[in-house]
Design a protein around this ligand. Structure first.
Ligand SMILES: [Zn+2]
Length: 238
């Protein structure tokens, strides 16, 4: 009986470890998801800034083209002023030239703003690039650690399950059944006694119950929660 009681303690410990390992494994995917999301967001935010620089350059070139186009229109209009026959025609051409010049001034203002924006972006882009690279590297390392941790936990789980099965197989059939029945209802089947108390439900044991339990010659269950109660000598080394 002594052996069976010790075996039951060993089995319960393995069972607890299995549960703990399983719940640790369950928390990992959401952590991995979080790191992956953070990496994606950082990459996208940097790409946005990089593509804004390219966009500015493209727009700037287009504006340069617009100015050149207006300039050539102005040159042509200027040439036409020599061939006009009426004042009205002359004024119309001058008005057109003035309009184009005003347009070009507006375009030049826009271009100045674009240059300023590009400068500001470029001044911070290098730093943003190195910061993003560092940010991503840290998360990738954490991801790899997580993946390795998950793998290690899986291995531990398999090993603990094997220990459990090995120990459980050594129990008499009736005790196996009892263990499974209590586990199904209570989550855990075996409880140690601490300070004359059932560690499963905290109910206090009578001195008589305690005496019976101390004998360790049969399997006794808690009157209150039904779990198997086992007395271990507090002075004995574990
Ligand atoms: Zn109890």
């Amino acid at each position: 009986m002594e052996k069976i009681l010790d075996l039951l303690i060993e089995i319960q410990l393995a069972d607890d470890e299995i549960k703990g390992t399983q719940s640790a494994i369950h928390t990992i995917p959401s952590k991995i998801d979080l790191f992956e999301k953070e990496i994606q967001q950082a990459t996208e935010s940097l790409q946005e800034r990089q593509s804004r620089v390219q966009e500015i350059r493209k727009t700037y070139k287009m504006k340069e083209g617009d100015i050149a186009e207006n300039e050539s229109k102005i040159t042509k209009l200027n040439a036409q002023t020599f061939a006009v026959k009426t004042n009205e025609e002359y004024r119309a051409i001058i008005n057109e030239i003035d309009f184009l010049k005003t347009e070009n001034t507006k375009i030049e203002d826009t271009m100045m703003n674009l240059l300023e924006e590009e400068e500001t972006l470029k001044a911070t882009l290098g730093k943003a690039e190195s910061e993003t690279a560092e940010y991503i590297a840290v998360r990738k390392e954490k991801l790899n650690t997580m993946i390795a941790e998950k793998e290690a936990l899986r291995e531990k789980l398999d090993a603990t399950k094997a220990c459990f099965e090995h120990a459980f197989a050594r129990l008499p059939d009736a005790v196996k059944e009892l263990y499974q029945k209590i586990k199904k209802v209570r989550g855990n089947a075996v409880c140690l006694i601490e300070d004359q108390t059932c560690t499963g439900c905290s109910s206090i044991l009578t001195p008589q119950q305690l005496n019976e339990l101390k004998k360790r010659n049969e399997i006794l269950t808690c009157d209150n929660c039904g779990r198997i109660l086992i007395y271990t000598d507090p002075d004995a080394s574990p």
